[in-house]
Write a protein of this length. Sequence first.
Length: 129
Amino acid sequence: MEILVAEEPGKDQLTIKIKDNGKGMDAETQSKVLDPFFTTRTTRRVGLGLSLFRQAARETGGDMTIVSEPGKGTLLEAVFQFSHIDRKPLGNLAETLMTLVTGNPDITFVFEYRGPEGDFRLDTSEIKE
Ligand SMILES: Nc1ncnc2c1ncn2[C@@H]1O[C@H](COP(=O)(O)OP(=O)(O)OP(=O)(O)O)[C@@H](O)[C@H]1O
Ligand SMILES: [Mg+2]
């Protein structure tokens, strides 16, 4: 799983990309995933992740797109207007990453952050070695 967070205040842009090599989605599934009541979870009847992600981007004048191929994986790309008053704060990225990594021990994460104060990269395969 690859996650990129890029803050570019100079371009007034925040970009988030999330790429996986999971099961992917066919065209029919993709047409339904932005519906908050579509989920393949069996534990609850709502699937909010993608619709809230797109809504958050759109509230800033940006957008979120999905590119997916069955059997290959999925790429989500969201662009936000960085300075928009409705742009949600990133919050504590370190804690979020910690939760992701420790909660999913079988998944290898490559996390990249790019921002005005520097870049950061974490590849959990290096830690596992
Ligand atoms: N990266 C992905 N690869 C394959 N299928 C996906 C992916 N992301 C979403 N889906 C499919 O789209 C459905 C809706 O996704 P969404 O993130 O909106 O909700 P959810 O994951 O079901 O629940 P929630 O995000 O609220 O925990 C999922 O149940 C799954 O079937
Ligand atoms: Mg989800």
